[in-house]
Ligand binder design. Structure first.
Ligand code: SF4
Ligand code: SF4
Length: 352
Protein backbone atom coordinates (compact mmCIF):
# COMPACT_ATOMS: atom_id res chain seq x y z
CA UNK A 1 0.00 0.00 0.00
CA UNK A 2 1.00 3.64 -0.31
CA UNK A 3 -0.31 6.19 2.18
CA UNK A 4 -0.40 9.95 1.80
CA UNK A 5 1.26 11.97 4.53
CA UNK A 6 -1.30 14.47 5.84
CA UNK A 7 1.29 17.10 6.71
CA UNK A 8 5.04 17.54 6.38
CA UNK A 9 7.65 20.09 7.46
CA UNK A 10 9.71 22.32 5.13
CA UNK A 11 11.97 19.38 4.27
CA UNK A 12 9.03 17.18 3.31
CA UNK A 13 9.25 15.01 6.44
CA UNK A 14 6.64 13.73 8.87
CA UNK A 15 8.48 13.29 12.17
CA UNK A 16 8.06 11.40 15.46
CA UNK A 17 10.03 11.85 18.66
CA UNK A 18 9.71 9.33 21.50
CA UNK A 19 10.82 10.40 24.96
CA UNK A 20 11.47 7.67 27.46
CA UNK A 21 13.68 6.06 30.06
CA UNK A 22 15.79 3.00 29.34
CA UNK A 23 13.76 -0.14 29.96
CA UNK A 24 10.33 1.00 28.77
CA UNK A 25 10.85 -0.12 25.18
CA UNK A 26 10.73 3.22 23.33
CA UNK A 27 13.65 2.19 21.17
CA UNK A 28 11.83 -0.93 19.96
CA UNK A 29 8.70 1.13 19.39
CA UNK A 30 10.72 3.52 17.20
CA UNK A 31 12.24 0.62 15.26
CA UNK A 32 8.82 -0.83 14.50
CA UNK A 33 7.56 2.59 13.37
CA UNK A 34 10.63 2.89 11.14
CA UNK A 35 10.03 -0.51 9.53
CA UNK A 36 6.35 0.20 9.24
CA UNK A 37 6.97 3.30 7.13
CA UNK A 38 9.34 1.68 4.67
CA UNK A 39 7.92 -1.85 4.42
CA UNK A 40 4.18 -1.43 4.93
CA UNK A 41 3.16 2.15 4.18
CA UNK A 42 5.01 2.72 0.90
CA UNK A 43 7.12 5.57 2.30
CA UNK A 44 10.78 6.20 2.87
CA UNK A 45 11.65 6.18 6.52
CA UNK A 46 14.50 6.32 8.99
CA UNK A 47 14.79 5.61 12.68
CA UNK A 48 17.59 6.21 15.12
CA UNK A 49 17.87 6.65 18.84
CA UNK A 50 19.88 8.62 21.32
CA UNK A 51 20.75 7.21 24.70
CA UNK A 52 23.66 7.01 27.09
CA UNK A 53 24.49 3.92 29.03
CA UNK A 54 22.00 1.17 28.17
CA UNK A 55 21.27 0.67 31.83
CA UNK A 56 17.64 0.99 32.80
CA UNK A 57 16.86 4.42 34.05
CA UNK A 58 18.79 6.63 31.67
CA UNK A 59 16.98 9.00 29.29
CA UNK A 60 16.24 7.60 25.85
CA UNK A 61 15.03 9.40 22.75
CA UNK A 62 13.97 7.64 19.60
CA UNK A 63 13.42 9.52 16.34
CA UNK A 64 11.46 8.46 13.26
CA UNK A 65 11.19 10.30 9.94
CA UNK A 66 8.86 9.49 7.08
CA UNK A 67 8.76 11.04 3.62
CA UNK A 68 7.18 10.29 0.27
CA UNK A 69 9.11 7.65 -1.72
CA UNK A 70 10.05 10.22 -4.35
CA UNK A 71 12.20 11.98 -1.73
CA UNK A 72 15.20 10.73 0.23
CA UNK A 73 16.14 11.18 3.88
CA UNK A 74 19.74 12.22 4.16
CA UNK A 75 19.77 13.72 7.66
CA UNK A 76 19.98 11.97 11.00
CA UNK A 77 19.79 14.95 13.30
CA UNK A 78 17.37 14.82 16.24
CA UNK A 79 13.72 15.61 15.58
CA UNK A 80 13.34 19.10 17.00
CA UNK A 81 9.73 19.85 16.05
CA UNK A 82 7.84 16.56 16.04
CA UNK A 83 4.44 16.05 14.46
CA UNK A 84 3.92 13.28 17.01
CA UNK A 85 5.59 13.27 20.41
CA UNK A 86 5.35 10.11 22.55
CA UNK A 87 6.07 10.43 26.28
CA UNK A 88 6.40 6.98 27.82
CA UNK A 89 6.21 8.00 31.46
CA UNK A 90 4.51 11.06 32.89
CA UNK A 91 7.28 11.46 35.46
CA UNK A 92 9.71 12.36 32.69
CA UNK A 93 8.19 15.83 32.58
CA UNK A 94 10.32 18.25 34.55
CA UNK A 95 13.37 15.99 34.58
CA UNK A 96 14.29 16.48 30.95
CA UNK A 97 12.83 19.04 28.51
CA UNK A 98 10.46 16.61 26.82
CA UNK A 99 8.12 19.31 25.54
CA UNK A 100 10.65 21.11 23.37
CA UNK A 101 9.40 21.87 19.87
CA UNK A 102 5.73 21.28 20.74
CA UNK A 103 3.27 23.73 19.19
CA UNK A 104 -0.28 23.82 17.79
CA UNK A 105 0.43 21.16 15.15
CA UNK A 106 1.89 18.59 17.57
CA UNK A 107 0.06 15.50 18.76
CA UNK A 108 1.40 14.62 22.22
CA UNK A 109 0.75 11.04 23.34
CA UNK A 110 1.40 10.47 27.03
CA UNK A 111 1.17 7.43 29.25
CA UNK A 112 -0.92 8.65 32.18
CA UNK A 113 -4.09 8.01 34.13
CA UNK A 114 -4.48 11.68 35.04
CA UNK A 115 -6.93 14.25 33.81
CA UNK A 116 -5.81 16.05 30.58
CA UNK A 117 -5.96 19.55 32.12
CA UNK A 118 -3.75 18.41 34.99
CA UNK A 119 -1.37 16.73 32.55
CA UNK A 120 -1.19 19.85 30.39
CA UNK A 121 -0.19 21.91 33.44
CA UNK A 122 2.26 19.24 34.58
CA UNK A 123 3.90 19.24 31.15
CA UNK A 124 3.69 23.04 30.82
CA UNK A 125 2.38 22.35 27.34
CA UNK A 126 2.42 25.41 25.10
CA UNK A 127 -0.27 24.23 22.67
CA UNK A 128 -1.25 21.22 20.59
CA UNK A 129 -3.36 18.10 20.99
CA UNK A 130 -2.90 16.02 24.10
CA UNK A 131 -3.66 12.31 23.74
CA UNK A 132 -3.83 10.58 27.12
CA UNK A 133 -3.66 6.80 27.38
CA UNK A 134 -3.34 4.69 30.52
CA UNK A 135 -0.72 2.48 28.89
CA UNK A 136 0.46 1.06 32.19
CA UNK A 137 -2.98 -0.18 33.21
CA UNK A 138 -3.69 -1.61 29.77
CA UNK A 139 -0.30 -3.32 29.70
CA UNK A 140 -1.00 -4.93 33.07
CA UNK A 141 -4.44 -6.09 31.97
CA UNK A 142 -3.31 -7.51 28.63
CA UNK A 143 -0.03 -8.99 29.84
CA UNK A 144 1.99 -6.85 27.47
CA UNK A 145 4.36 -3.93 27.84
CA UNK A 146 3.85 -0.19 27.85
CA UNK A 147 5.60 0.24 24.51
CA UNK A 148 3.01 -1.85 22.65
CA UNK A 149 0.15 0.28 23.96
CA UNK A 150 2.07 3.45 23.18
CA UNK A 151 2.81 2.13 19.67
CA UNK A 152 -0.92 1.73 19.00
CA UNK A 153 -1.68 5.20 20.36
CA UNK A 154 1.14 6.89 18.45
CA UNK A 155 0.07 5.21 15.20
CA UNK A 156 -3.51 6.33 15.75
CA UNK A 157 -2.74 10.02 16.29
CA UNK A 158 -0.46 10.09 13.25
CA UNK A 159 -3.73 9.85 11.33
CA UNK A 160 -2.62 7.76 8.34
CA UNK A 161 -1.61 4.36 9.80
CA UNK A 162 -4.37 1.73 9.58
CA UNK A 163 -4.66 -0.60 12.57
CA UNK A 164 -4.55 -3.78 10.47
CA UNK A 165 -1.29 -2.70 8.83
CA UNK A 166 0.23 -1.91 12.20
CA UNK A 167 -0.85 -5.31 13.53
CA UNK A 168 0.71 -7.03 10.54
CA UNK A 169 4.01 -5.23 11.22
CA UNK A 170 3.90 -6.29 14.88
CA UNK A 171 3.19 -9.91 13.89
CA UNK A 172 6.12 -9.95 11.50
CA UNK A 173 8.62 -8.33 13.85
CA UNK A 174 8.29 -9.05 17.54
CA UNK A 175 5.68 -11.73 16.84
CA UNK A 176 8.38 -13.86 15.22
CA UNK A 177 10.90 -13.19 17.95
CA UNK A 178 8.55 -13.59 20.91
CA UNK A 179 5.60 -15.68 19.64
CA UNK A 180 4.35 -16.46 23.15
CA UNK A 181 3.86 -12.74 23.82
CA UNK A 182 2.12 -11.98 20.52
CA UNK A 183 -1.47 -12.25 21.75
CA UNK A 184 -0.89 -9.77 24.58
CA UNK A 185 1.16 -7.47 22.38
CA UNK A 186 -1.55 -7.31 19.71
CA UNK A 187 -4.21 -6.68 22.36
CA UNK A 188 -2.10 -3.86 23.80
CA UNK A 189 -1.56 -2.28 20.37
CA UNK A 190 -5.29 -2.45 19.59
CA UNK A 191 -6.36 -0.91 22.87
CA UNK A 192 -3.76 1.82 22.55
CA UNK A 193 -5.15 2.58 19.09
CA UNK A 194 -8.76 2.61 20.24
CA UNK A 195 -8.80 3.97 23.79
CA UNK A 196 -7.17 7.35 23.42
CA UNK A 197 -8.78 10.52 24.68
CA UNK A 198 -7.87 13.69 22.79
CA UNK A 199 -7.91 17.25 24.12
CA UNK A 200 -6.85 20.23 22.01
CA UNK A 201 -5.14 23.23 23.57
CA UNK A 202 -4.71 26.53 21.73
CA UNK A 203 -1.88 28.87 22.49
CA UNK A 204 -3.55 30.82 25.29
CA UNK A 205 -0.29 32.32 26.55
CA UNK A 206 -0.21 30.09 29.62
CA UNK A 207 3.05 28.34 28.79
CA UNK A 208 5.76 29.57 26.39
CA UNK A 209 7.04 27.65 23.39
CA UNK A 210 10.31 25.82 24.11
CA UNK A 211 13.10 25.39 21.60
CA UNK A 212 14.73 21.95 21.36
CA UNK A 213 18.08 21.51 23.07
CA UNK A 214 20.28 18.49 23.54
CA UNK A 215 20.12 16.88 26.99
CA UNK A 216 23.51 16.87 28.67
CA UNK A 217 24.32 14.67 31.65
CA UNK A 218 25.97 16.21 34.70
CA UNK A 219 28.95 13.89 34.39
CA UNK A 220 30.65 13.23 31.07
CA UNK A 221 34.12 12.40 29.79
CA UNK A 222 35.35 15.87 30.64
CA UNK A 223 34.36 16.06 34.27
CA UNK A 224 33.79 12.53 35.60
CA UNK A 225 36.23 12.02 38.48
CA UNK A 226 39.43 9.99 38.04
CA UNK A 227 39.04 9.21 34.40
CA UNK A 228 35.44 8.17 34.66
CA UNK A 229 35.58 6.07 37.83
CA UNK A 230 32.80 6.97 40.21
CA UNK A 231 34.41 7.29 43.60
CA UNK A 232 31.10 7.50 45.39
CA UNK A 233 29.95 3.95 46.16
CA UNK A 234 26.31 4.89 46.27
CA UNK A 235 26.54 5.76 42.60
CA UNK A 236 22.86 5.81 42.01
CA UNK A 237 22.25 8.31 44.76
CA UNK A 238 21.95 10.99 42.09
CA UNK A 239 19.93 8.81 39.76
CA UNK A 240 16.16 9.03 39.91
CA UNK A 241 14.84 5.72 38.59
CA UNK A 242 11.17 6.25 39.38
CA UNK A 243 10.29 6.61 35.71
CA UNK A 244 11.77 3.17 34.93
CA UNK A 245 9.18 1.25 36.87
CA UNK A 246 6.43 -0.54 35.01
CA UNK A 247 3.77 -0.54 37.65
CA UNK A 248 5.27 -2.65 40.43
CA UNK A 249 7.42 -1.85 43.45
CA UNK A 250 8.73 -4.00 46.30
CA UNK A 251 6.75 -3.31 49.45
CA UNK A 252 8.64 -3.75 52.71
CA UNK A 253 6.97 -5.50 55.66
CA UNK A 254 9.34 -4.62 58.45
CA UNK A 255 7.79 -7.02 60.96
CA UNK A 256 8.84 -9.99 58.80
CA UNK A 257 12.38 -8.81 58.12
CA UNK A 258 15.24 -10.79 59.69
CA UNK A 259 17.90 -8.32 58.45
CA UNK A 260 19.70 -11.00 56.46
CA UNK A 261 20.82 -8.43 53.87
CA UNK A 262 19.99 -10.56 50.81
CA UNK A 263 17.89 -7.80 49.30
CA UNK A 264 20.75 -5.35 49.76
CA UNK A 265 23.34 -7.55 48.08
CA UNK A 266 20.94 -8.45 45.27
CA UNK A 267 19.59 -5.02 44.42
CA UNK A 268 21.53 -3.63 41.45
CA UNK A 269 20.84 -0.07 42.50
CA UNK A 270 21.69 -0.10 46.18
CA UNK A 271 18.19 0.90 47.14
CA UNK A 272 18.09 -0.61 50.63
CA UNK A 273 18.84 1.47 53.66
CA UNK A 274 20.70 -0.39 56.40
CA UNK A 275 21.56 1.58 59.50
CA UNK A 276 22.98 0.81 62.91
CA UNK A 277 20.26 -0.35 65.26
CA UNK A 278 19.12 -3.27 67.30
CA UNK A 279 17.76 -6.68 66.31
CA UNK A 280 16.54 -9.23 68.84
CA UNK A 281 18.05 -7.19 71.65
CA UNK A 282 21.53 -6.98 70.15
CA UNK A 283 23.29 -4.18 68.25
CA UNK A 284 22.95 -4.89 64.55
CA UNK A 285 22.61 -3.32 61.13
CA UNK A 286 18.90 -3.13 60.48
CA UNK A 287 16.98 -2.73 57.27
CA UNK A 288 15.02 0.53 57.06
CA UNK A 289 13.53 -0.49 53.73
CA UNK A 290 13.90 0.70 50.15
CA UNK A 291 14.50 4.27 49.07
CA UNK A 292 12.06 4.31 46.17
CA UNK A 293 13.83 7.21 44.54
CA UNK A 294 16.42 4.76 43.16
CA UNK A 295 14.23 1.70 42.66
CA UNK A 296 13.66 0.67 39.04
CA UNK A 297 11.11 -1.99 39.90
CA UNK A 298 13.00 -5.08 38.72
CA UNK A 299 11.69 -7.02 41.76
CA UNK A 300 14.85 -9.13 42.16
CA UNK A 301 14.80 -8.31 45.87
CA UNK A 302 11.31 -9.78 46.18
CA UNK A 303 12.51 -13.05 44.65
CA UNK A 304 15.41 -13.46 47.07
CA UNK A 305 13.76 -12.41 50.33
CA UNK A 306 13.48 -15.61 52.40
CA UNK A 307 10.72 -14.41 54.72
CA UNK A 308 8.28 -12.65 52.37
CA UNK A 309 9.22 -9.36 53.99
CA UNK A 310 9.16 -7.96 50.46
CA UNK A 311 6.15 -8.35 48.19
CA UNK A 312 5.51 -7.11 44.67
CA UNK A 313 2.70 -4.56 44.76
CA UNK A 314 1.17 -2.12 42.31
CA UNK A 315 2.75 1.27 42.91
CA UNK A 316 -0.58 2.99 42.33
CA UNK A 317 -2.13 1.16 45.25
CA UNK A 318 0.34 2.45 47.83
CA UNK A 319 1.54 5.83 48.97
CA UNK A 320 5.15 4.76 48.74
CA UNK A 321 6.58 8.21 49.29
CA UNK A 322 5.25 8.21 52.79
CA UNK A 323 6.38 4.77 53.89
CA UNK A 324 9.83 3.35 54.45
CA UNK A 325 11.57 6.05 52.52
CA UNK A 326 14.13 8.26 54.09
CA UNK A 327 15.00 11.81 53.20
CA UNK A 328 11.89 12.01 51.08
CA UNK A 329 11.69 15.78 51.43
CA UNK A 330 15.28 16.18 50.38
CA UNK A 331 14.93 13.96 47.36
CA UNK A 332 13.19 16.48 45.16
CA UNK A 333 14.56 19.68 46.59
CA UNK A 334 18.28 19.33 46.92
CA UNK A 335 19.33 15.78 46.05
CA UNK A 336 21.11 15.43 49.37
CA UNK A 337 21.25 12.00 50.90
CA UNK A 338 22.52 10.46 54.06
CA UNK A 339 23.49 6.91 54.81
CA UNK A 340 22.93 5.57 51.32
CA UNK A 341 25.48 3.65 49.38
CA UNK A 342 27.06 0.24 49.03
CA UNK A 343 25.49 -1.87 51.76
CA UNK A 344 24.25 1.44 53.05
CA UNK A 345 27.15 1.95 55.43
CA UNK A 346 28.87 4.67 53.48
CA UNK A 347 27.69 8.26 53.63
CA UNK A 348 27.49 9.40 50.04
CA UNK A 349 28.35 12.76 48.63
CA UNK A 350 26.42 12.13 45.44
CA UNK A 351 24.41 14.93 44.03
CA UNK A 352 26.76 17.59 45.32
S1 SF4 B 1 12.90 -3.82 42.73
FE1 SF4 B 1 14.22 -4.38 44.44
S2 SF4 B 1 16.11 -5.14 43.48
FE2 SF4 B 1 14.99 -3.99 41.89
S3 SF4 B 1 15.77 -1.90 42.00
FE3 SF4 B 1 13.97 -1.96 43.32
S4 SF4 B 1 14.75 -2.40 45.37
FE4 SF4 B 1 16.39 -2.93 43.91
S1 SF4 C 1 15.97 -10.11 52.15
FE1 SF4 C 1 14.01 -9.88 53.25
S2 SF4 C 1 14.47 -10.56 55.33
FE2 SF4 C 1 16.44 -10.23 54.33
S3 SF4 C 1 16.98 -8.10 54.89
FE3 SF4 C 1 15.91 -8.01 52.93
S4 SF4 C 1 13.76 -7.64 53.46
FE4 SF4 C 1 14.78 -8.35 55.31
Amino acid sequence: MRVNLPVTNDHGFFEFRLESIGGLGANLCGKILGELGALYLGLNSSNFASYGSEKRGTPVKSFVRYCDPEKVIRINSPVEKPHVLGIFHERLAGKIPVMAGVDEQTMVVINTNDDPDYVRDHLKMHAGTLACIDALQIALEENTRINMVMLGAIAKVAGFIPLDVLEEAVRNTIGKKYPAALKGNLAGVKRGYEELSLTKYDNDGKYPYREYEEVKRDWGYANAPIGGVNTVPGSTASNDLTASREGYVPLFHVEKCINCGLCDTTCPDMVYQFVEGEYRGKPSMVNKGPDYHHCKGCLRCVEVCPTAALTAELERDHDIWNIHVRNKDLIVESMEFEDTGANSIVNTESGN
